[in-house]
Ligand binder design. Structure first.
Ligand code: HEC
Ligand code: HEC
Length: 314
């Protein structure tokens, strides 16, 4: 165990050498006309088979871009198999979903429409409904081929590109404002670096740029018997490689204080619980001490400003 932990610190220090956190850009680049149409669609129940749900049913906006339950409930009471991640800043993730099965937001956007756990439509049916609605004109004003699968994905993807939350206090600090963080918060950031959290949670999203196993140091047991096998498998679902079992996309820690409960199985009820789980399973630290509180103080500085595209909805 001791040897393993030494080995692991060495491995972390290698990773750490290249890892840094960068601020979210103050503005994002997207096609405004498409994003506005995507926004309308995101909030519209027309995409769901029974006309009762929309993307916003599970990804609450204006708000945290997720919901605050362990597993969202979709069409006909279908229960999602994993905790709903936020759509805020998802554009900065190197792939989408916990297991990375969608490469980008455009590929991702269609998947909830036909997932029975989410909106449950067939894409043909959704296209038919859109063609019989005012969306027909709105799409043909932008695209020569009007409502198509590709164009639906395109407008939703453009809207999601606009969903960034810049200028958190931590980003102000990164940009050189020493006073943006209190001494305790700075200490928390230092602990986050010194312990090695930053080896996995780095880059502009403080996560979202690599896959890692849950249980690198101490095996992770599912506390909730409800969790099914698919969630257990993680990245394995995509690659079918044994070593990818229980490997997940490292989640972003942006706005993390707002998106309880945590982990892919929603089992960590508070931010404190999530930090305790991480110290144990990812770093092998079992004793509880003031580090936990310091890190929590730091993580609470990561809430950014609401996306500009949602401004008039407040
Ligand atoms: C019933 C709830 C529900 C609805 C409705 C829903 N989603 Fe999701 N969304 C989820 C869940 C659960 C996941 C995680 C799935 C996974 O990782 O396997 C997810 C994942 C995502 C992600 C990936 C984020 C990341 O960081 O990996 C994006 C983006 C997203 N949804 C956008 C949308 C859009 C756009 C719509 C509407 C077309 C939508 N969702 C409708 C529950 C929902
Ligand atoms: C070896 C890589 C690794 C290290 C080191 C690591 N994490 Fe994580 N972190 C992950 C992965 C992977 C997940 C997703 C695990 C899951 O949901 O099963 C995660 C999830 C989280 C979550 C929950 C996010 C959410 O949206 O549900 C928080 C909070 C978090 N980590 C904070 C930390 C802190 C604080 C540290 C240091 C004490 C740390 N992590 C160290 C890889 C790591």
């Amino acid at each position: 165990m001791k040897f393993l932990s030494l080995f692991f610190s060495f491995f972390l220090s290698l990773l750490f050498a290249q890892s840094a956190i960068t601020p979210i850009p103050l503005t994002s680049i997207y096609d405004e006309e498409k994003a506005e149409l995507g926004k309308e669609l995101f909030f519209d129940t027309i995409l769901s088979e029974d006309g009762r749900m929309s993307c916003v049913s599970c990804h609450i906006l204006p708000g945290n871009g997720a919901d605050n339950v362990a597993f969202s409930v979709g069409l006909d009471g279908h229960i999602a198999k994993v905790n709903t991640p936020t759509v805020l800043n998802a554009v900065y993730n190197f792939s989408q979903f916990w297991d990375g099965r969608a490469e980008d937001l455009h590929e991702q956007a269609l998947m909830p429409i036909f997932n029975p756990d989410e909106l449950g439509s067939s894409i043909e049916e959704a296209i038919e409904r859109l063609k019989k609605s005012p969306y027909k004109k709105k799409f043909s004003d932008i695209y020569a081929d009007g409502v198509t699968q590709k164009n639906i994905a395109d407008v939703l993807g453009e809207f999601e590109k606009a969903l960034i939350t810049p200028n958190s206090r931590f980003d102000q600090y990164l940009r050189g404002d020493e006073d943006a963080l209190s001494e305790k918060e700075k200490k928390g950031y230092k602990t986050f670096q010194d312990l090695g959290c930053i080896a996995c949670h780095n880059g502009v999203n403080i996560g979202g740029n690599m896959y890692q196993k849950i249980g690198v140091m101490v095996e992770y047991d599912y506390p909730d018997a409800n969790t099914n096998k698919r969630a257990l498998d993680g990245r394995y679902n995509v690659t079918l490689r044994q070593r990818d079992k229980r490997v997940f996309k490292v989640p972003s820690l942006r706005n993390i204080a707002l998106t309880a409960p945590y982990l892919h199985d929603g089992s960590a009820k508070s931010l404190r619980d999530a930090i305790i789980e991480m110290r144990e399973h990812q770093l092998g630290i079992l004793e509880k001490n003031s580090e936990i509180e310091d890190i929590e103080m730091f993580l609470k500085t990561l809430n950014g400003e609401a996306p500009k595209i949602l401004e008039e909805m407040k």
